[in-house]
Design a protein around this ligand. Structure first.
Ligand code: ADP
Length: 219
């Protein structure tokens, strides 16, 4: 499956470049295609590299204080989600966790691209970041195809894809596997709630690195 997913974008990128070379003109649509295919290929390579690191028990984390509210806004600003609108709901105050920023971005990107891939064009995706006591909650909600209950226990396994709904969409089935491993490596957990035909909500829960309100002196 990965063979096909790796070769297709390379072929499309090459065709776009050849087209422009043959015509000797700049073609905006061809360039957009090249850029989106390059992004897709880049993400797939990142996911496959992360998978092999996880398999070798070598997922390295470079931890630093990271504001989830800032990261959420940054990811949405840079991600192309093909005709799906994204609402970002973050609090005004920072939501700081001790995390590997790049890995966290990978988590955001995986959940958001899935939300877009498995939902109809024109539908809404809601990304929420919130403080809940000593934890930070990040949720990605879509109005997509949803996930049947019997698939939920296997959803985070390597190479698992839901029969039927996933076949029409590009992917190799490692995104959620990596996502869960990254979240767990940060001492967190991930949950999913879904209703077939109505949509899904994935929630990542991480320990906050800020002092709890009860720990701060009140004078
Ligand atoms: P991929 O998208 O590459 O197949 P993932 O590991 O990211 O792999 O997801 C595994 C499977 O879970 C997908 O193939 C799809 O069937 C299902 N899935 C993931 N996210 C969603 C979602 N937001 N809505 C519906 N199904 C989803």
């Amino acid at each position: 499956m990965a063979n096909h997913e790796l070769r297709t974008p390379v072929a499309i990128i090459k065709m776009g470049a050849q087209l422009m070379k043959r015509r000797g003109t700049y073609d905006d649509r061809a360039v957009d295609t090249i850029l989106s295919q390059t992004d897709q290929l880049g993400r797939l390579i990142e996911d496959l590299l992360a998978t092999s690191q996880i398999e070798a028990d070598r997922l390295e984390l470079r931890l630093a204080e990271t504001d989830l509210a800032v990261e959420a806004r940054g990811v949405v600003e840079h991600l192309q989600l093909a005709g799906r609108a994204v609402r970002v709901d973050v609090p005004a105050e920072p939501v700081v966790v001790l995390a590997d920023r790049q890995r966290l971005v990978q988590v955001f990107v995986n959940l958001l691209t899935n939300a877009a891939k498995y939902s109809p064009e024109g539908s809404l995706i809601v990304l929420t970041v919130a403080r809940r006591g000593s934890e930070a909650h990040v949720s990605v909600q879509d109005q997509g195809v949803g996930i049947p209950a019997d698939a939920l226990p296997r959803l985070f396994s390597r190479f698992f894809r839901v029969e039927g709904t996933a076949a029409r969409v590009q992917g190799v089935g490692v995104g959620l596997y990596i996502t869960r491993r990254i979240v767990e490596a940060h001492g967190g957990r991930i949950t999913v709630a879904s209703e077939p035909g109505r949509g899904s909500i994935f929630t990542v829960i991480l320990p906050r690195s800020e002092p709890k309100a009860s720990d701060t002196p009140d004078h």
